[in-house]
Write a protein that binds this ligand. Structure first.
Ligand SMILES: NC(=O)c1ccc[n+]([C@@H]2O[C@H](COP(=O)([O-])OP(=O)(O)OC[C@H]3O[C@@H](n4cnc5c(N)ncnc54)[C@H](OP(=O)(O)O)[C@@H]3O)[C@@H](O)[C@H]2O)c1
Length: 221
């Protein structure tokens, strides 16, 4: 039976790399990111349902949830879309609290709301949830306190959800550094270019889906 995945942040970076790989494996995909032109051109040829919008927008999340229900429910939800927050990365002493609230909306509340909106289908299909986290969730890097706090919250939600939802596999994944737009925004293009390509993380994610280990934190080595 054809499997269905919803991937957020699929127009570039890790989300796009995973979308390409799942499409090649015959998955039916629902893909989203804010920039419609970039999303459409990057995913052209994948046969995906493309719905552009902001995951922090409840109306957009309703559209995504309806598309998932129309597909008969999800086998896989990948909460990959994420913000970085203000750059240069500010120390906590100067962190603009309003901007941190916005970051929690995108990195924590939106993933939870998408999980809630698609959970019935995920339960019925004994599906899986991948929440993309970061080592900043567990390590204390200067400047990464705001972003790291959102990822730590995402990890805590993931862990409790895994206990509460035995029929759904939940993995929260630290992908390690990847040469993407996000890392370039954080560290500059030269340092980002030296990091591994996001494609190198995809086998770790595919192994989760095919081998279905127990729920838990996963680090891409
Ligand atoms: N790169 C790294 O070194 C690194 C390290 C650890 C963890 N991570 C995590 O890995 C994941 C993927 O990051 P990446 O490096 O691949 O980032 P990226 O290349 O910047 O891609 C981010 C994707 O998310 C979309 N997006 C951002 N905000 C969104 C929103 N509010 N609503 C919908 N889509 C949104 C972007 O498209 P639009 O801008 O058009 O919306 C884009 O498709 C993130 O969760 C990140 O925190 C990355």
């Amino acid at each position: 039976m054809t499997k269905t995945a919803l991937i957020t942040g699929a127009s570039r970076g890790l989300g796009l790399a995973l979308a390409r790989s799942l499409a090649a494996d015959g998955w039916r995909l629902i893909l989203t990111a804010r920039g419609e032109d970039a999303l459409r051109s990057a995913t052209d040829g994948l046969g995906a349902l493309v719905l552009a919008g902001d995951v922090a927008d409840p109306v957009h999340r309703d559209r995504l949830a309806r598309a998932a229900a129309d597909a008969g429910g999800l086998d896989l939800l990948v909460n990959n879309a994420s913000g970085l927050g203000p750059v240069p990365l500010p120390p906590l002493a100067a962190y603009p609290v309003g901007a941190l609230g916005d970051l929690f909306e995108v990195n924590v509340l939106a993933p939870l709301a998408l999980i809630q909106a698609t959970l019935r289908g995920l339960r019925d299909r004994r599906g899986a949830i991948v929440n993309i986290s970061s080592d900043a969730a567990v390590e204390a890097y200067e400047g990464w306190g705001g972003y790291g706090a959102t990822k730590a919250a995402l990890e805590r939600l993931s862990h409790v959800l895994a206990v509460e939802e035995p029929d759904v596999a939940v993995w929260w994944v630290d992908p390690g550094e990847m040469s993407t737009a996000m890392l370039a925004d954080a560290l500059g293009p030269a340092e980002a270019a030296a990091a591994p390509a996001p494609e190198t993380v995809v086998p770790t994610l595919l192994r989760l889906v095919t081998e279905r280990p127990g729920s838990g934190r996963v680090t891409h080595a």
